[in-house]
Design a protein around this ligand. Structure first.
Ligand SMILES: [Zn+2]
Length: 172
């Protein structure tokens, strides 16, 4: 079914509520919905009810009004959710209401920071390896230089000896 309505917040597709009439509490409704929901290969639980224009699952509750399903799931499980708290889908699937795929945005940032730190540490290890290699090359060159200095000393000594011999001969 397709609708062409431009009414704000209007659902693209209206589906029957995925729970029996006797389901009253938010928890009960979410439970029945999860039983009716399709599970994807990625482990996402796709909201079987109505989704909004942006693709988020919607649920209407007499007690709380119109909710985005993933926020309702977070609230139902954790018992609290401030209206300014952003709940992020780690799977990127807006219709997903799998609890383990939902994290508060602050934690999502932490995940991002962790990944950035891992990248940074990897980069640091790579640079350290390059540095170690260069230092090994320099140490090797210093050994060669030292050997050349010694050889030069020996040559200079030989030269001095020969010069002395030449000087002695010319006085004779
Ligand atoms: Zn998901």
């Amino acid at each position: 079914m397709t609708t062409t309505t431009t009414e704000p917040g209007a659902s693209r597709t209206r589906k029957p509520q995925p729970w029996p009439r006797e389901a009253r509490s938010l928890q009960d409704k979410l439970y029945y919905a999860s039983m009716a929901a399709e599970r994807t290969a990625e482990g996402c639980l796709l909201w079987p009810g109505t989704c909004n224009e942006e693709g988020y699952g919607r649920i209407w509750e007499p007690e709380y009004g119109d909710w985005l399903v993933h926020r309702a799931v977070w609230f139902a499980y954790h018992g609290e959710l401030h209206h300014t708290d952003v709940i992020h889908h780690v799977c990127g699937n807006r219709a997903c209401f799998e609890l383990s795929h939902l994290v508060p945005a602050s934690q999502a940032e932490n995940v991002g920071e962790m990944l950035a730190r891992r990248h940074y540490e990897g980069e640091r290890a790579r640079l350290q390896e390059e540095l170690d290699e260069l230092q090994a090359i320099i140490a090797q060159q210093e050994e060669v230089l030292e050997r050349m200095r010694e050889e030069r000393e020996e040559l200079l000594e030989s030269v001095a000896l020969l010069q002395a011999m030449v000087a002695r001969r010319s006085k004779m």
